[in-house]
Design a protein around this ligand. Structure first.
Ligand code: FMN
Length: 326
């Protein structure tokens, strides 16, 4: 296999979702047909993700992205010796790319189109709710009742605000936000204003609110309503609750997370992750109860989904290949 072929596969793998779009995966071409996956620990969210759960999910999604990309060109991933530890890189997995007769995974054809949709969805009709209900599977419970969504929208805002109240959490989030196209990393990583569905004024306001002015806004009771996003949850066509075995490693859950998101895309739904519903323990317990998540499984994440209004899709911000090949 040529170097260029493998670089193209890595570039496709990098289209996978990652927390705050930090893109923690680093790749090394090994030998004639190998690829090694590392984590860049410098991308860890030490405040928001101290245990590395979100990093693990992100790395698992990237690995699944590689598997899907390889399948499209008639290759399968065979586990190989993981790389050795080295300064500044945490070894995650090693693979060999081997020719195969297997048909490509149909989900691979949705990789290019999938991206977060953080705007408001089109008003859902009965057919949309039915299509959402049809997405229920062994890894996903779905909720479509508008009253239930309204309740969970309030729960989401409470959980989110709980995290946002922590100054260090806000600081870390802000450090990954690119609030103006002048930011040097606007199209490379993190969350840019366009991806967050913010106009210029909103982006400027978000910088103020999450930065030094938070305490002032909070004192007069404005921080919470200004940060509230529940209305977008309440008006979604449905909520998809992603659950996996409680003892599963986040890396393994990450592959299923990406596959579920691609299934949503295949059904022509836009989706935004609502991690606060899974990360806040009380919220996760309530979601699990309402959605009927079976015992022994944990709520790993949740999505609000709906039909995207016609119009331009946000450009995807991704690191150039030179930043991820090590
Ligand atoms: C573990 C994990 C947690 C995430 N949490 C959130 C979240 O709370 N809110 C959100 O809007 N997006 C969340 N995302 C989505 C990422 O921000 C998104 O995938 C990333 O910015 C890349 O953009 P893309 O999905 O458009 O490719 C999460 C993704 C992962 C993998």
């Amino acid at each position: 296999m040529s170097q260029v072929d493998r670089e193209a596969l890595v570039a496709e793998a990098m289209l996978a979702p990652s927390v705050h779009n930090v893109q923690p995966a680093r790749w090394r071409l090994a030998g004639a047909d190998g690829l090694q996956l590392f984590e860049d620990p410098g991308c860890r969210l030490t405040v928001g993700d101290p245990g590395g759960n979100d990093a693990g999910i992100s790395l698992g999604a990237a690995a699944e992205g590689l598997r899907l990309a390889a399948g499209r060109v008639g290759l399968v991933l065979v586990p190989a010796e993981p790389p050795a530890a080295e300064p500044g890189l945490r070894p995650v997995a090693g693979y060999r790319l081997v020719p195969s007769e297997e048909a490509p995974d149909p989900l691979a054809s949705h990789v290019e189109a999938r991206r977060s949709w953080r705007g408001t969805f089109a008003k859902p009709g009965a057919a949309d709710r039915e299509a959402v209900s049809a997405l229920a599977c062994e890894n996903a419970a779905v909720l479509v009742d508008p009253e239930v969504l309204g309740g969970l929208a309030r729960r989401f805002d409470r959980a989110s605000f709980g995290f946002m109240h922590d100054r260090d959490f806000r600081g870390e989030l802000l450090s990954w936000m690119r609030l103006t196209p002048r930011h040097p990393r606007w199209s490379r990583d993190g969350l840019n204003a366009e991806a967050m569905a913010m106009g210029r004024v909103e982006a400027w306001g978000a910088g103020l609110l999450l930065g030094r002015s938070f305490a002032a806004f909070d004192r007069i009771g404005l921080a919470r309503p200004l940060l509230a996003e529940g209305a977008k949850v309440a008006s979604a066509a449905g909520l998809v609750v992603f659950h996996r075995p409680s003892d599963e490693a986040p890396f393994d859950s990450g592959a299923h997370f990406y596959r579920l998101w691609l299934r949503l895309e295949a059904a022509d739904f836009g989706a935004a992750v609502l991690a606060a519903l899974a990360d806040d323990r009380e919220a996760a317990a309530e979601v699990a109860r309402i959605a009927g998540v079976p015992g022994g499984r944990r709520v790993v994440s949740a999505f609000r989904i709906g039909r995207r209004p016609a119009g331009a899709m946000p450009e995807r911000a991704r690191r150039p290949i030179g930043e991820v090949l090590v």
